[in-house]
Design a protein. Structure first.
Length: 318
């Protein structure tokens, strides 16, 4: 989509509509006094949407009013990879300055704004937030954090995303599904790393213990015997104290285990291929011993059955 053939007085409105349809609804405010010029190319790989924007200086805002206007849209998490020009992203009171060659993480379910002070080219990757398997609290902490090409996961993630954006059009569906899963896994790792790099809140004395428990749960998801009693024993605390330190997390221990297992199953079920395992095999691999219970729980969480989830239209939401 390009503004090249659009009347000058309609270019901004056309560009706003094109960006909003390809990604999420936003407001666009050009920074130049001349007719706006923009080019957008968008592709899908399974549940991953990849959009490349090349345009004049502008500010893109996702306001609370826009989010409220479309409550049915599935929350998306996004990565912006800056190829040329600079970007400044603001979300949750934080400000991230992204130079060419850097990336930034943000959550489309909450208001944000991205300012491009000069002509720019950027790759934007959107995927359903629930597929990351990370708690919302961690995603909030990681949002609006810039990562350079030599920082943290940057040396691994940035080259991979750049090549993926350039070649997204060339992959058949089975390959695209697997690549989308790889992006979800890498983004999950990035969020975990960014949260771990932040200093603990002074009013959260149990933050370190909570983090250890979360890591323990992630490492033992496949064990059907993973229950609060076992977790408490492994950390030399009482079950009562375990539940107490999670009171401020917005999720119970049992619910967290279930959420993590469901997210792992969802990612694996989305990766179709010649040797795709059965739904029952995937469920058992991630600690669900009762296939019927797994199907009911999965449908309650994602709105479709595990078998329906494997079909691309159901993983293309958002």
């Amino acid at each position: 989509m390009t503004t090249a053939s659009v009347a000058d007085e309609d270019k901004t409105a056309y560009w706003t509509g094109a960006v909003s349809r390809a990604m999420v609804p936003v407001e666009v405010h050009p920074r130049t006094g001349r007719p706006f010029d923009g080019l957008l190319v968008s592709h899908r790989l399974g549940y991953l949407r990849i959009s490349t924007l090349e345009a004049d200086a502008a500010r893109l805002s996702r306001t609370a009013a826009l989010i409220k206007r479309a409550p049915y849209g599935e929350p998306q998490v996004a990565i912006g990879v800056q190829e040329t020009g600079r970007a400044v992203l603001e979300q949750d009171g934080r400000r991230a300055e992204v130079p060419p060659g850097g990336l930034v993480v943000y959550d489309t379910a909450r208001p944000y704004a991205v300012d491009y002070p000069e002509r720019f080219r950027t790759h934007l990757f959107h995927l359903p937030r629930r597929l990351l398997g990370v708690p919302e609290r961690d995603l909030r902490q990681a949002a609006a954090t810039a990562v350079g090409p030599t920082e943290g996961c940057g040396p691994v993630l940035l080259p991979f995303l750049a090549v993926l954006a350039a070649s997204a059009h060339s992959y058949p569906a089975p390959v695209g599904d697997r690549l989308a899963g790889s992006v979800a896994d890498l983004l999950s790792a990035l969020v975990v790393q960014l949260v771990g790099a932040r200093p603990e809140e002074p009013d959260a004395p149990n933050a370190h213990l909570v983090r250890r428990v979360r890591e323990y749960i992630d490492h033992h998801l496949a064990d059907p015997e993973l229950v609060p009693e076992r977790i408490a024993q492994a950390h030399h605390i009482s079950v009562r104290y375990l539940h107490r330190i999670f009171e401020g997390e917005g999720v119970t221990v049992s619910r967290l285990i279930q959420q993590r297992r469901l997210a792992a199953c969802a990612r694996e079920l989305a990766r179709r291929g010649r040797t795709t395992p059965t739904v029952s095999a995937v469920a058992q691999r991630w600690g669900f011993v009762n296939p019927a219970h797994f199907s009911r729980t999965f449908r309650a969480a994602y709105g479709v059955s595990p078998r329906e989830w494997r079909e691309p239209p159901h993983r293309d939401a958002g």
